[in-house]
Structures are given as C-alpha cells and as structure tokens.
Design a protein around this ligand. Structure first.
Ligand SMILES: [Fe+2]
Length: 599
C-alpha cells in the first residue's frame, strides 16, 4: 500500500508534463544524484529544486531544497542543514543532492517557481535495495557477557534471523528475532509537532528488528549477517564479543551530540570507523545523548543511523538519552521510556510471524497497554534547570524502538535504555540519563547509589569505574549560562555519589566542545585520586558533530585544565593498571589531549 501511495506522488505535486533528469536514474543507498532541468526552463531568482519521499501535505512540506540562481545554496526553514556535510550544490544547469538514504519510499524531485508552481519533476527510486531491505544494523551488549544484540530497520515485518559464525561467510549458527518487530505511529508520539505526519516529522519509520545472540565465547570475533530470504540479507559484518574480567585490556570510543548533517558529524563517523576497523577501538562505542537530532523527524534518524552503521555494526553501540531525544512538555502518558518495554521473555522461543489482523493491532497498540494514567505533564525538569521541549514531542520513542541495552537499570524493566551499566574487561561503565529524574530520592538516584557501591566493592575484578551522562556537572563554557546553572543542580544531587563510590571518570556531552577537569571535588581540585579526598575527572565531549560552540571559555576557572571549541571525540584504553583517555581532533585526525590515570 505504501509504495502505491508513493507512486501517486508525482501526480499530486506536478502541474505540467515536463521532466527533470536524474543522473543516475536510480540512486544507491547513501548515494548522490544530479538533477538537471530541460532547456525550456530558464532559472530565475527564487527557483528551487525540492525533494520529498512519501506522503506530503503541501508544496512546502519537503525534506530539502536546492536553491537556484546562487552559488551558495542556503538551507531553508523547516529543513535540517546540509546533507552529511555536503549541502546540495547548484551550478549552471543542475543541482546535486548527496547521501540519500533508504526511507522506504521513492524520492520525488520537483522544480518549483514562485514557491507555488511545479514546472517539472522526476521520480528517483533506490537502485540497490527495496523498501523491505534490512538496513541500519547496529550492535549492543545484553545482560550477560555472552550476549549480543543485533538490531536493524526494514520496511518488512517478517520474522528474520542473524546468521553467524567464527569464520567469514561460514555461518554455523542462526538465531531468529526473539521479539516481534515494532514500529510507532504518529499518535504514539507525545506531543506536537513530532506527531505531525509530514516530510519534516513523522513518516513511516519502518520496522525495528532485534535479535539476541546468546552463548558467545568471551572476546571472540564473530562474522554475521541479518535479514531473511524474502527481504534479503545485509552485507557481512563482524564484531568481537564482550570482554569478561579475564580480559586485561579494552579500547573504546565515546562522544555526545553527533547529528548527521554537519561536517563534524561526517568526520567523526569517518574517524570512528577508522579507529574501530584499523586501530582496535572496537570493544564498544558510548554515545551519551543527542544522537541524530531528529527531534521528531524520522528521516533524520534514518540518515544518522545510516551514517554510523559502518562502525555501529562492528562495535556495540551503547546509547543514552539527550535533551534532543527526550525532553517534552506534554503527553507524559505516552512516554514509553517510563514503562517496562512490552517484550516477550527473550529467553524463550521467538514469536511466529504476525497475521495481518495482529499486525494492525500491534502497530496501533504497542507499548500502550501498561500506561497507568492520562498524565499530560512533561518530562523531568528540576527546579531552576533549563529543561524544555527539545525533542519536539518525540519523547524518546525513536530510541525505545531502535536500541537495546542491558536491563539492569530501571526496576523490573526488560530493556529500558534510561539507565544501565555493564562491565567490559577492566572497566565498569554506567550510562545514566540526565534527562530522567536524578534528584535525591528518585528511582535513578537510588539505583545509581546501589550500582556504584557494587562496582566500588568489585575493584579487585574490575578496577575502573566510568560514568556517562548527557549533561555536564562541570563546564566553563561561555554563552551557556542556563546550562551552567543546571550543572550546579546536577552536581549538588549526583556528585556526592561519585565521591562516595570513588568514580574515576565522568564523560558527558551537551556542550559542543571539549573540556577536561582536574580530579575535582565540590568544585575544587584535589591532590589526585590517591588522596583521602577523592577527586573525579570530568570530561566534556559533546563535540561529535553538532554545531560547535563559538564563545570560548571563562578565564581563571581552576578546575578546567584543557578546553577547546572544536569537533572531535574520545578514545579510551583501559588496562588493569592504567586508563588512558584521548581527545581526537576531527580537524587533525590525531590526539589533541590525553590523560592517563594509574592505579
Ligand atoms: Fe544536549
């Protein structure tokens, strides 16, 4: 049905029979296409080429446009920035559009004049995949060291599998999806505008598939592919299974605030792939909030997930919530991050493929059964803080469906991403949510206290403790006064736990820059972490691609040792005796700062 609707689209928007020309006539996933117009059309100031995919409400309801008659095309109104760092380019007789991804519909390009009249158009299908092809693969740790989730997106809901083995292209084992593939509808999103069906907000997001591989050997490479015989199979990828405490060395990446349509987003993704594939930083990736900057725009999620797939499918991609995924002001009764996810027992047999009747029912009712009330309030907002509506009402629903993580966080949860922890070799990692209540007495605060206490008591086995959050507790960034006021409240409530349980390092994002503190306690540098007065090193790396900060940093802030408004990301290397953390500059591709902690 969806494809049928899309085939109607050119007739809905076109008012003439003129054709644009697409080169190539079909586009590969993440490929580029050049759009040329016929000689009968002479561009005038204000003309533009727009493109869209799927149901649209009016001519201005578009994904992106290429403005003609200028040498510097400018992104406009309701569109996200350029395309993976490359805005559409205009020359004398064509526009080139970059990085088009599988949105489960054909692209339609239209030549528009006076913001009202379509002079010509052309439909461009995907050349190398169908709407049902498995895409956007990524990995995640499960509850046990021998677990690994494989997750992906497809236009198909058929039961699928992961085929895997120890040698390339020799799949000795196969595990089917343990849960029914899910999706979400516009009316399941918390509030406007994310619940608007349009090019810029909700469109059919596809079906989200998750397979839990079990019984993997420790720190062992596996080769795999995902899909099924009807919808097709992914390319082969490989990963190294989780390191247990007998593994003395792990290497990982960490960052926040990536986005997908900025030059820094593209460069971070390229360097991350380099480090995962060629430099051994493949034990896991930590993305502490602000992932796609979708804010209700499903196509942003598709673009970002396609961009990170090359390394997220080769290294467990462990995520937490940022304000741009979660914060909202109405519709709490729909907030799926507050509910135990409605998953069947993942250790039982997979569910059979749904009947058409079940399919309709499940699409509409997923995750809604346990809603306790019709509470229409907003998300967590501590008094004096600056929490608002930065998800545009998306309220975490995209992440709930897209990602998996260990389920040791929220009580009685079977897979909530809100907060969780895991061990990998010599390091214990806690990914908390700065967007869910962390005030003293809250569920998360209590869990954090207990989890960190257990980790601190287990130093013989796992010597390092790392905590991540989206928002920072310490920052000297200028031009961000409201964030800095919030950080003081965050610090007042959570820092006592860090000190009590001797957390080694905190990594955060939110500020689009890099900053590293001394070992700090209550705002004061202390004499290293070996003193009786324990200090925690706080590192901000919200520098993975979203628009970089420009104001610099306050002078003479004693705890702030290194800082820079630039794009980059973190590399971690933990052994039983040393914990090295590097900041890699996107511009240089090399290490710009490094700290090594020793035990
Ligand atoms: Fe943020």
């Amino acid at each position: 049905m969806l494809r049928f609707l899309l085939l109607l689209l050119p007739h809905l928007v076109a008012s003439t029979n003129a054709n644009l020309f697409a080169t190539p006539p079909s586009v590969s996933n993440f490929g580029s296409v050049k759009i040329t117009w016929p000689n009968t059309i002479q561009p005038v100031q204000g003309d533009y080429i727009t493109y869209r995919c799927g149901p649209t409400t009016n001519l201005q309801d578009e994904i992106f446009r290429c403005v003609l008659n200028t040498t510097t095309p400018t992104p406009t109104d309701n569109t996200p920035g350029g395309f993976t760092g490359h805005p559409p380019t205009y020359t004398n007789n064509h526009c080139t559009f970059y990085s088009l991804v599988n949105l489960r519909c054909d692209y339609v390009f239209s030549y528009v004049r006076n913001n009202a009249t379509v002079l010509a158009d052309v439909t461009v299908p995907l050349s190398d995949s169908e709407f049902t092809s498995p895409t956007q693969g990524h990995l995640a740790f499960g509850d046990l060291p021998s677990d690994m989730f494989v997750s992906w997106v497809s236009g198909s809901r058929r039961t699928s599998s992961v085929q895997y083995g120890r040698e390339p292209h020799q799949y000795t084992r196969s595990t089917p999806t343990y849960e029914l593939a899910t999706t979400y509808t516009a009316d399941q999103v918390c509030n406007y505008p994310a619940n608007t069906t349009s090019q810029s907000y909700w469109r059919f997001p596809g079906y989200f598939h998750h397979v839990l591989l079990q019984g993997l050997e420790t720190h062992t490479r596996y080769y795999y592919r995902y899909g099924n015989d009807v919808d097709g199979w992914s390319d082969e990828r490989s990963f190294v299974s989780r390191a247990d405490s007998t593994v003395a060395s792990v290497k990982f990446l960490g960052y926040g605030d990536q986005d997908w349509d900025e030059p820094g987003s593209v460069q971070t993704a390229a360097l991350a792939l380099r480090d995962v594939v060629s430099k051994g930083y493949d034990d896991f990736v930590l993305h502490f909030g602000d992932l796609s900057y979708g804010e209700g725009d499903v196509s942003d999620w598709d673009h970002w997930a396609t961009q990170v797939e090359p390394y997220a499918s080769r290294s467990p991609y462990m995520v937490s919530y940022g304000n741009h995924e979660y914060d909202y002001v109405h519709g709490k009764w729909k907030d799926q991050t507050l509910l135990p996810m409605r998953l069947p027992n993942k250790r039982t047999a997979p569910r059979p493929a749904p009947t058409p009747q079940q399919d309709q029912h499940d699409q509409h009712d997923q995750h809604t059964e346990a809603q306790p009330s019709h509470d229409d309030s907003g998300s967590f907002s501590p008094p004096g803080g600056n929490y608002g509506s930065d998800s545009n009402g998306e309220c975490g629903i995209a992440m709930v469906h897209r990602f998996r993580a260990p389920s040791n966080g929220r009580a009685n949860s079977s897979g909530s991403l809100a907060w969780y922890s895991f061990d990998s070799g010599p390091i214990h990692v806690v990914q908390m949510s700065s967007e869910h209540d962390w005030l003293k007495g809250s569920e998360q605060h209590t869990w954090l206290d207990q989890d960190l206490a257990r980790a601190n008591a287990n130093r013989e086995q796992v010597p390092w403790v790392l905590l991540t959050a989206h928002r920072m507790m310490y920052s000297s960034q200028l031009c961000e006064d409201s964030d800095n006021k919030t950080s003081v409240i965050f610090r007042q409530n959570v820092e006592p736990l860090l000190l009590k349980h001797r957390v080694d390092v905190v990594m955060v994002g939110h500020q689009h820059s890099y900053e590293r503190t001394c070992p700090v306690q209550n705002g004061t540098c202390v004499d290293g972490r070996h003193s009786a007065e324990h200090g925690v090193v706080h590192i901000t790396a919200g520098s993975a691609g979203a628009g970089v900060e420009k104001c610099g940093f306050a002078p003479n802030v004693a705890y702030s040792l290194m800082k820079s408004d630039q794009w980059g990301y973190l590399r971690g290397h933990a052994t039983r005796t040393n914990f090295s953390i590097q900041f890699v500059s996107d511009a240089l591709g090399t290490v710009w700062d490094e700290i090594v902690l020793s035990r």
